[in-house]
Design a protein around this ligand. Sequence first.
Ligand code: CA
Length: 756
Amino acid sequence: MKFSVRSWALVALLASFTLLGSACSEQASDTADAPAATEATAAAASQPPSSRAEEIQRSTADINEARIVKAEPANWLSTGRTYDEQRHSPLDQINKETVQDLGLAWYWDTGTRRGLEATPIVVDGVMFTTGAWSVVWAHDAKTGELLWEYDPEVPRAWGRYACCDVVNRGVAAWEGKIYVGTIDGRLIALDAGTGEPVWDINTILPDRPYTITGAPRIVKDMVIIGNGGAEYGVRGYITAYDTDTGEEKWRFYTVPGNPDDGFETVDMELAATTWRGGKWWEVGGGGTVWDSMAFDPELNLLYIGTGNGAPWNRYIRSPGGGDNLFISSIVAINPDTGLRVWHYQTTPGDTWDYTAVQHMILADIEIQGEVRKVIMQAPKNGFFYVLDRTNGDFISAEAYVPVTWATHVDQETGRPVENPEAHYANEMKRIKPGPLGGHNWHPMTYHPGTGLVYIPALDLRFDFAQDNAFTHSPEDWNLGVDFKTTAPPASAEENIDNLQNIRGFLAAWDPVTQQEVWRVQHATAWNGGLLSTAGDLVFQGRADGQFAAYDAASGELVWESPVHVGIIAAPVTYMVDGEQYITVMAGWGGAFGVASGAPRHRNNVLSAGRILTYKLGGKVELPTPEVTYLAVPTPPEMEYSEAQHLRGQDLFHQYCAVCHGPGVGTSGPIANLMYATEETHQLWDAIVVGGAYTEKGMPSFSHALDMEASQAIRAYVVERAKAVIEFCESQYREDYPELLDTACEVPQVGAIGGGQ
Ligand code: CA
């Protein structure tokens, strides 16, 4: 069967996909409504009784360095459980023999349809966690009863600066207070007993589109927080604040500002020698510290991971070359001074969005007969690194996913050897990993018993091309990379190939031999973070809507349970009254989840988010979601020329695709415009140019788009709808049902488009 050119466009799930997400906030219903109560939360209240508040105050009052280092087995006191961030629990009541009896103890509906990425903190039977728009909750960890809720009331319009969904990865606890960073750049200390704010400070520089999604870490009575925003254009830094007062103690910038303004520190003076020829400070330079940290109290070193350069494209950012310190680096900082002790750059002169903010794990492991104090990371660039954490010396690095940008990391120099074919300044290049990396923020885990690191890995590619028309625009992404390459290709076969190249897997990695020991291939990409336990289990939620346990030694699937929504967060475990519990937050979203949007599996039906808690003998059942699978409806009549919809295609992929999906194909939490109502079509210009839906999080694009451009985009959306209808009725649907079913019929729970 043959098709017209138009029908090639198919579905939007581009393997090449990336970090999509600017301005993504189509969520009228998001956190505005109170969370739905389950049987466990009938007594949900914004404030606990004062006796309970005092009890929580007492149990959290002495959370400090000694207690986090001691790491009592029943609790989960810090985001990585311990300062070494191993995310391994010594609890073993739930193990390979008993896991068959694992069942749901309680669940709690968050009432949101955006990504849930948080790792809960659990202290003596109380759980503190966060959801979309930086909302904080305290629950009874045994029953799920809501004890308090704190909503920082982030202005929804700020959501446009969240590259990768309005997510939050959790809180920190210290001496009776709970700390959260907000998507609009604030750091807030809450009374652990009541959720009442104690102090609330702004951490971001004025007039720059910073966001905070990462969990704070606390060392030596200082709360440490970084930020994101390098896709838009910011200068990265972390700041240390006094835990009691919020007073700033020090700030460490990761990249230099304008040299003409002088340097804040000797570290910036050194870094500036590695930036050449450009005006990087105008865009910002990047190097944001948006997720991982670790701390070694004995060495007195705080480790931070830094992000990509801003703009991505180094030929624009630093045209004279240079490594561009300290982007894409692990930096060890003395927390008493805020100054660098050592650094190791994973991707010198990064030009592919290869951040090194990914999870870092500290462990003492025997290598060639010698016990080494190591720091381990699987950054986006695809190599698994083992470094000496006392001094930053390179020990080893090998590829844990397919890598084409470099051939290997040189054992003598510790530097990657770039593949000349990865340079896209003059022509488009297809490169692995893509900008989502071989591994993203999803936490890994290290099991001291097996000696293995477990990696939630991604196998994705991307077509990089230089944006020759690049100019800095503070309201938009500033990459210097042409996102028109994310439009669906011109042949059905290429589209099928793209879909088949969206892959993800769970890898067990031996850090000593630098080899994969086993792998579980998953149905699709963007699966959840990990937990390992002394029960010799590895827990992972998956993009296909299942929560699962694997044998840590063999990778055998030993238990799984459907949750009706894709899971991206990492589980935790704790004990209350002699029973071990496992908790995971389930809510599909994040960079890939928002834009590529693909549940890609019938079990991931985009139910609203939930906190799910399991124990042996748990008998609670989830309600069966009412799901309808809707084919793309016939679009409204619209007259347009070929030139018009082709212009619309370019504009769509420049301004819209990071939220609404390449090829208009999202089936994530942001509206799929192919399902837009007649009313939306009538209001089109008022929304896109006039900002009519700003309060829903869809901002005006009047800085870049006029009504003619807006209508060209609408023409492209209509053209796409026609093409997808034709394609989905074709033989391809029958030939590739596993690829095309969920793309041709988007699962609808509640409102069409997931989040309207
Ligand atoms: Ca980035």
